[in-house]
Design a protein around this ligand. Structure first.
Ligand code: XIL
Length: 811
C-alpha cells in the first residue's frame, strides 16, 4: 500500500440549465477541492449560454480565499487573460450561444477551495450551463490521473458491498475517502480498522487493511476525512468485482477509481439492488422527517400494477422500457395527500441510459394520457441529473440539467417543495430551484417512473418527507383497499336478484386504484365486474415468458370482497395484443403453443373464480366471414374450437362465451355467429353463451330495434345458450360537450329497451362498459360522442340510471 496520498475529493455538480425562468440570483453547482500536495492540480471550468436570445452576466468566485492564500501560486487563464487568483472573483458575460472556459491551475499546493458560479442579480438565466472538470498530475508516476468514478458517500454502517465493473483493459487503481463523524474541529477519532475485500470475477481475492484514527489529515467540525489509496493497480483481468468494506466503527465511504484518461467512463462503481438493501438509507436534511407510511415506497407497493417491464427485486425496483418511452404511475400503491411543503427522495441508477422518477399531481385519461399529466420527472441521462416539469403538456415547461459528467453508482436525488419553490438536490447538494407550477393543486401526489427507449432505471429507495415543524402538510394514502364497500339500497344490484340477472360494469384500473368514489359506486351499485383492459394480453401477458396479474388480481379480489361475480374479458382477441406477439411470425405449432399456454395460465389462475369468460372476442366480420387475425392466419379455423376446449379444461366451472359487436340485431353477422355456434355445439365444443356488446347510440342509425334485438337474443337462447349484453353504452352526439335534457331522456329509453329485451330473453347479465362518463372509452374512440353511461362525470346518477332502477323494482 502506498504511504503517500494522491486523492482529491471532488463534488462536482457540473451542469445546470434553467429554461424560461428568470431568477435574481442563481448559484450554480459548485466544485470543491482539497487537499492536494506535491502535484499539479487543474480545474477547467466551462461556461456556456445555450440561449439563442439572451446574454448572461455573472461571476465566478473562488471561495475560502484564506486557505487558498497559502498556495505557492495559482494561475487562472481564459478568454479574459490571466487573472490574479487571489482576488478570486471574475465577472463574465456570455453572449447568446456563447461559451467561455477557464483553467485554474496550481503547480504545488492547494488546501481547500470552492468554485462557484453566480448569475448576476436580475440576469436572465436561460439555458446557461456551467461545467467543471479537473485533473491532477502525479509527478511520481509521471502521468495524468483522472477521477474515473465516484461512489457518492453513503452511510456505510459497519459494512457494505458494492460492485465494480470495467469494460476495457487498462490500468486502474482504487482509492477511498473514509469520513468519520466528529464533534467539533480538532476532535480526534478513535482507532478504526477497515477491511476491504475485493473478489474478482475470476475468483481471485484482494485484501487491504486500513487503519483510521487519531488526527485526520483533513477535518471539519463535523467530519474527519481520511483519504487512502487502496489498491494502487488492480489486475488487468477482471470485468467485475465485488468489494466488501467492513469497519469497526461507522464510517462514510467515498470510492474513487484512478486511472489513465480518457478511459474514465469504462469503470463503474455501484452497488446492485440486493447489495444496497442492507446498507442503504435515504438521508434526511436537517429539519425534515419521513412521512409515516411513506418511508419506503418501493417494497411491496404494487409496482407491478403500474405496467409491464417492472421488476421488483429484493432491495430495488428495475423499470425498463421497450422501443418507446414508458411512463408508469403507481396508482395501486401508496400515494401522498398534500396541503403544504413536502419532499420526495430517491436513490437511483440509470447506467448509461435515461430514466426518471416521476411525481404526478394530476391524472389524465385517454390514449396519450402520459402527455396530459401534470408531473415532474427527476432523473438521469447518461450520468447527468435532469429535472423536467410537465404541465398537462407533451413538452416540459422547465428542463434543467445538473451535469456531473459521470455520475456513477446510485445517486440520491431529492425534490422538495418549500413554499412556492421547488428545490432539487443531488447527493445532498442543492442543484437548483424553480417556481412551483401548481403540481400539487389537486392535493394528491402519485409516484412513478419514466424510461427512455431501450433504457432501464434501478431504484433503490423512494421515500416521502415533510418538515418536522409542519407534520400536517403531508400524509400517506395507503394502497387501494380490496375491502368491502357499502351496498347502496336501493340500487341495481339490490333489485336485480329477483330477475335472476347479474348487473355488471367494466372497471378501469386507473380510477379503480386512485378514486375511492369509483370503488364505492362500482361495488355499491353493481354485482358483476369486468376488467375493461387489464385481462387483455397486452397487460396480463406483456412478455413472451412473463405474465402480470397485479391489476387483474386486485379487481378479482375487490369483486370477491363485495359479493360480485366476475366476467373474464378476454382470452382471445386480435386487438390489444403485446408487441412480442405481433412482431414475430410464429409457426403454426409455435402459435398453438403460445395460445394454449396463455389460456391455461390465465384461465387457470382464476379457476373457479370467474362466472363467465369471454373466451373469444370479435372473430367475425360484418359480412359474416371469419376475421383475418393473427390466430386465423397462423392456426386456421380450428383455433376457435381449440380455445374453448382449452378454456374449459383450465376452468371447468366457468360459463364460456363468444362475444362480439354489431350482432345485437338479426343481420348477416349475427346469423353467421348463430350458425357457427350451432356447429360448435354439434361438434361438442364447450360453449355456453354468446355475448352481445351493445355499443349503441341515441341516433336512429345506432339505436337498435327492440323487436330485432329480442328476436335475435331468443334465437340464440333457442340453441340452449346463455345470452348477455356485455358492454352496453349509449353514446350521445355532443354539442358544446354536454348532453341536453332531451338527449338524456332518449338515452334512458334506449337503455330501457335494451334491458327489457335482456330480461325478456332471460339474459344472464346486463353489463355496461364503465359506469361514469368521467371514465369512458367513447369520447376517445368516437370523437364528438360521449355521455354514454349511467352516471355523469361527477358520479351523479343520470335519468337512464333511474329508469333502469325503476324497471328492476317493478315486476
Ligand atoms: C376498449 C376499452 O374500453 C378501451 O379502454 C381500450 O383502449 C380499447 O378497448 N370491444 C371490446 C372491448 O371487446 O374490449 C373494448 O374495450 C371496446 C370494444
Amino acid at each position: 500500500m502506498m504511504s503517500r496520498i494522491w486523492i482529491v475529493r471532488v463534488w462536482v455538480w457540473l451542469t445546470l440549465t434553467v429554461n424560461a425562468l428568470s431568477a435574481d440570483r442563481i448559484v450554480y453547482p459548485q466544485a470543491a477541492v482539497g487537499p492536494i500536495s506535491g502535484q499539479e492540480f487543474v480545474i477547467e471550468l466551462k461556461l456556456g449560454n445555450r440561449s439563442p436570445n439572451f446574454p448572461w452576466t455573472g461571476t465566478v468566485r473562488l471561495l475560502e480565499k484564506t486557505t487558498l492564500a497559502g498556495m505557492a501560486a495559482i494561475q487562472v487563464s481564459g478568454p479574459l487573460g490571466p487573472v490574479d487568483a487571489l482576488e478570486g472573483e471574475w465577472p463574465v458575460t456570455l453572449s447568446p450561444d456563447g461559451t467561455v472556459s477557464y483553467t485554474v491551475a496550481s503547480p504545488d499546493q492547494l488546501q481547500t477551495g470552492v468554485l462557484v458560479v453566480e448569475a448576476a442579480a436580475g440576469s436572465r438565466a436561460a439555458g446557461v450551463v456551467a461545467s467543471f472538470f479537473y485533473r491532477l498530475t502525479n509527478p511520481e508516476r509521471g502521468k495524468v490521473q483522472d477521477l474515473i468514478a465516484v461512489q457518492p458517500a453513503r452511510e456505510a454502517g459497519l459494512s457494505f458491498e458494492t460492485l465494480i465493473s470495467r469494460s476495457r483493459d487498462f490500468n486502474v487503481g482504487l482509492a477511498m475517502v473514509a469520513e468519520a463523524a466528529v464533534d467539533g474541529a480538532g476532535a480526534s477519532v478513535p482507532e478504526t480498522e477497515v477491511t476491504l475485500t475485493m473478489t474478482l470475477d475470476g475468483g481471485e481475492t484482494l485484501e487491504a487493511l486500513i487503519s483510521l484514527g487519531g488526527a485526520a489529515p483533513e477535518a471539519t467540525a463535523q467530519r474527519a476525512v481520511f483519504p487512502h489509496e487502496v489498491f494502487e493497480s488492480l489486475p488487468e483481468t477482471f470485468e467485475a468485482a465485488r468489494l466488501r468494506i467492513a469497519a469497526a466503527e461507522p464510517i462514510f465511504v467515498t470510492l474513487l477509481g484512478v486511472g489513465t484518461p480518457p478511459l474514465f467512463e469504462d469503470v463503474q462503481i455501484g452497488a446492485t439492488p440486493a447489495e444496497v438493501a442492507g446498507s442503504r438509507s435515504l438521508r434526511l436534511r436537517e429539519g425534515w422527517e419521513f412521512v409515516p407510511g411513506a418511508e419506503e415506497l418501493l417494497a411491496e407497493n404494487f409496482w407491478e400494477c403500474a405496467g409491464p417491464r417492472i421488476d421488483e427485486r429484493p432491495g430495488g425496483l428495475v423499470s425498463r422500457a421497450g422501443p418507446g418511452y414508458e411512463t408508469r404511475v403507481n396508482l395501486a400503491g401508496t400515494s401522498l395527500e398534500l396541503t403544504g411543503d413536502f419532499g420526495l427522495s430517491a436513490l437511483l441508477h440509470a447506467g448509461t441510459g435515461q430514466g426518471y422518477l416521476v411525481a404526478v399531481g394530476s391524472l389524465a385519461d385517454g390514449p396519450q394520457w402520459w402527455s396530459n399529466l401534470r408531473r415532474l420527472d427527476l432523473g438521469l441521462e447518461g450520468g447527468r441529473l435532469v429535472v423536467a416539469a410537465y404541465d398537462n403538456s407533451p413538452n416540459p415547461v422547465v428542463r434543467s440539467y445538473f451535469d456531473s459528467g459521470t455520475l456513477q453508482g446510485a445517486t440520491a436525488v431529492e425534490l422538495a417543495r418549500v413554499g412556492s419553490t421547488f428545490e432539487v438536490y443531488a447527493d445532498g447538494t442543492l442543484g437548483g430551484s424553480f417556481p412551483d407550477f401548481a403540481l400539487t393543486d389537486g392535493g394528491r401526489l402519485w409516484v412513478g417512473t419514466n424510461i427512455a427507449p431501450g433504457s432501464s432505471l434501478t431504484l433503490f429507495g423512494i421515500a416521502a418527507e415533510r418538515r418536522q415543524d409542519s407534520p400536517e402538510s403531508v400524509a400517506s394514502v395507503p394502497p387501494a383497499p380490496r375491502e368491502e364497500v357499502a351496498v347502496r339500497n336501493p340500487s341495481l344490484r339490490t333489485e336485480a336478484g329477483r330477475h335472476n340477472l347479474s348487473v355488471g360494469a367494466a372497471a378501469a384500473a386507473g380510477p379503480f386504484f386512485s378514486e375511492r368514489i369509483y370503488r364505492e359506486i362500482l361495488g355499491g351499485v353493481f354485482n358483476q365486474l369486468v376488467a375493461e383492459n387489464v385481462m387483455k394480453w397486452s397487460t396480463i401477458h406483456p412478455e413472451r415468458d412473463r405474465y402480470s396479474f397485479c391489476s387483474a388480481d386486485a379487481l378479482v379480489e375487490f369483486a370477491e370482497a363485495n359479493g360480485m361475480t366476475v366476467r373474464g374479458h378476454t382470452l382471445v382477441w386480435h386487438q390489444q395484443n403485446p408487441q412480442w406477439l405481433e412482431e414475430v411470425v410464429y409457426s403454426r405449432e409455435g402459435l398453438i403453443q403460445i395460445l394454449r399456454d396463455h389460456i391455461f395460465e390465465v384461465a387457470g389462475r382464476y379457476r373457479g373464480r370467474i362466472a363467465e369468460w369471454d373466451v373469444l372476442n370479435e372473430a367475425f366480420e360484418w359480412d359474416g366471414t371469419l376475421r383475418q387475425t393473427v390466430w386465423l392466419d397462423g392456426i386456421g379455423e380450428e383455433y376457435i374450437d381449440l380455445v374453448f376446449r382449452w378454456a374449459h379444461e383450465a376452468d371447468p366451472e366457468a360459463r364460456l362465451f363468444y362475444n362480439d359487436y354489431g350482432t345485437e340485431e338479426i343481420n348477416a353477422k349475427s346469423t353467421a355467429v348463430l350458425e357457427y355456434v350451432r356447429g360448435m355445439l354439434e361438434r361438442g365444443v364447450p360453449i355456453h353463451g354468446v355475448g352481445f356488446q351493445g355499443h349503441v347510440g341515441i341516433d336512429s342509425w345506432t339505436r337498435p330495434s327492440v323487436d330485432s334485438l329480442l328476436a335475435n337474443l331468443q334465437r340464440f337462447r333457442a340453441l340452449g345458450l346463455d345470452v348477455a349484453l356485455t358492454e352496453v353504452d349509449v353514446r350521445i352526439p355532443l354539442i358544446d360537450g354536454q348532453p341536453s335534457p332531451g338527449q338524456l331522456e332518449t338515452q334512458a329509453q334506449v337503455f330501457q329497451e335494451m334491458l327489457e329485451a335482456c330480461l325478456e330473453a332471460e339474459c344472464s347479465s346486463f353489463v355496461t362498459w364503465g359506469f361514469t362518463d368521467r371514465h369512458s372509452w367513447i369520447p376517445g374512440f368516437t370523437p364528438g360522442y360521449g355521455a354514454a353511461l349511467l352516471f355523469d362525470e361527477d358520479y351523479n346518477p343520470k335519468p337512464a340510471y333511474q329508469t333502469l332502477l325503476e324497471m328492476l323494482q317493478g315486476d
